[in-house]
Design a protein. Structure first.
Length: 294
């Protein structure tokens, strides 16, 4: 799967993004700790005839954190990125902590949005600044400490991926670890291992924590595009409240609650069925204005 990484300057700051595949364009907003090198779920989409454009969100990868001062500022930068690629309309997939970025773009650019798909997405206030999870995350993934956190996670994953996956299960799922393990193939564990070797928080996750501790409902209620909300009944990382909040706030939305293992929808025995739902929804609402070619 060929991936081309680009860098462009926007108002004196750097925006990094990648393009994978050729065909109908998807603008994908990655979750926390990721960047434009994300790959979970990509291969299936590329084989189905889609091209995936993934900007490193502000503070992640090589993208300047200054572009993330507000969701609206970042959205204007993404629009300029699409202009550079000569792409008029896209499907949007927004994942986990990337949810607000996708919501913002769809809200600000309805004429450039074919559809919006929210996958395990944050859609309202996430971690309270007073919560223990917020305080632990702020320490472990602070720009001064995150490198060492991920080095340790990668090393342990490479040494014994099954052990490490079991340790992560309570962060991702409400189900017992042994039950979750029965739903994983070797290829799923390999994808998890690659994820842990790829991830870095940079300055992006602290930005995510800051932005998602506030309300951004004004963006949700102005989304006009057809919207598919996919959320696991067993998600421990982003509660079901986020899915129900999006359904209540976006008039054009469809809510699909999944009885899969948990937060990462792209691995596990139900991943193929979930991909088919995503693909069918995009093809139903496909008003193509140009394909991406490499």
């Amino acid at each position: 799967m060929e991936r081309i990484i680009y860098h462009m300057e926007v108002d004196g700051h750097l925006l990094e993004y990648s393009v994978v595949g050729t065909g109908t364009p998807i603008l994908l907003f990655h979750g926390g700790h990721s960047n434009c090198r994300e790959e979970l779920g990509y291969e299936r989409l590329v084989k189905s005839g889609f091209s995936i454009i993934t900007p490193s969100r502000p503070g992640y990868g090589a993208t300047s954190k200054e572009l993330g001062e507000t969701f609206e500022l970042a959205s204007r930068c993404y629009a300029k990125m699409l202009d550079q690629l000569d792409i008029k309309k896209v499907h949007i997939i927004a994942v986990s902590a990337g949810g607000p970025s996708g919501i913002s773009f769809a809200s600000m650019y309805p004429n450039r949005t074919n559809s919006l798909i929210l996958q395990s997405a944050v859609t309202k206030e996430w971690l309270s600044k007073k919560s223990l999870n917020y305080k632990v995350a702020k320490f472990a993934f602070h720009p001064l400490t995150e490198k060492w956190t991920w080095k340790l996670v990668a090393r342990l994953s490479n040494r014994n991926v099954q052990f490490m996956f079991k340790k992560f299960v309570p962060s991702f799922s409400k189900l017992p670890a042994e039950e979750v393990m029965k739903q994983m193939k070797d290829s799923d564990l390999e994808a998890f291992q690659r994820m842990n070797n790829r991830y870095r928080s940079g300055e992006g996750f602290i930005l995510d924590l800051q932005h998602t501790s506030k309300r951004f409902n004004h963006l949700l209620t102005t989304v006009q595009s057809p919207t598919l909300i996919l959320h696991s009944l067993n998600d421990q990382a982003v509660s079901l409240e986020h899915a129900h909040h999006a359904k209540k706030s976006i008039p054009t939305s469809t809510l699909c609650l999944l009885d899969n293992w948990g937060h990462l929808l792209w691995i596990g025995k139900d991943a193929e069925d979930i991909h088919n739902q995503v693909e069918a929804f995009m093809k139903k609402h496909d008003l193509v204005n140009g394909h991406v070619t490499l």
